[in-house]
Design a protein around this ligand. Sequence first.
Ligand SMILES: O=C[C@H](O)COP(=O)(O)O
Length: 247
Amino acid sequence: MRKPIIAGNWKMNKTIKEALEFAEAVKGNTCPDKAEAVICAPFTLLKDLKEATKGTDIKIGAQNMHFEESGAFTGEVSPLMLKELDIDYVVIGHSERREYFNETDETVNKKVLKALEVGIDPILCCGETLEEREADKTKDVVKVQVEEGLKNVAKEDLAKVVIAYEPIWAIGTGKTATAEQANDVIAYIREVVKGLYGELAEEVRIQYGGSVKPANVSEIMAQSDIDGALVGGASLKAEDYLALLNF
Ligand SMILES: O=C[C@H](O)COP(=O)(O)O
């Protein structure tokens, strides 16, 4: 049985003060029996959030990392630096990173492998543009992203990987894929993982992301193949985040 995972992706939002207020508001109000609660925050907030959520069921994730452990990479943060903070998850290959920061399937794969090596669970993102959807290429696009992203992941590590399917046209636009559209692609992604790993694919959690909010989360979570959500805008308010966890 796969445990649902609801991850907030704060993107480039919140000061330390705001993050701590949020942590205070959500602590003790999550639904640990229902879903795993994750907050993926900017680097500057990670240490404080880890401390503020100590002893709770809330897991903390980063939104990116470099694939090298150290070196001359100005402005980057290494996997070992995240591990030192005991970070639980790291989002890898979000479409905003692919679009604005030149992430490729190759760098995404290097990061997935490195995260697993240091003991941080990767949330591997994939998803098509509107143009690709309209050209009926959605499945071809996600197949390549998933196969390349998982390249050389050992079968013992597979269940630690969370896959997030986020159609780019649904991110921050208010346009949600219909729950059926999301479920259809997510079921297909599981078939792709099955093609690589056989029945072990049943252990991988696959989230949907793209304009998920309290008003639509229950319909999305009721789908047969959707194991959670990666939520941007609606994860910024404590009240909404708690409503998402209580889908
Ligand atoms: O990582 C989260 C996704 O990009 C979705 O963002 P959104 O919920 O603001 O559409």
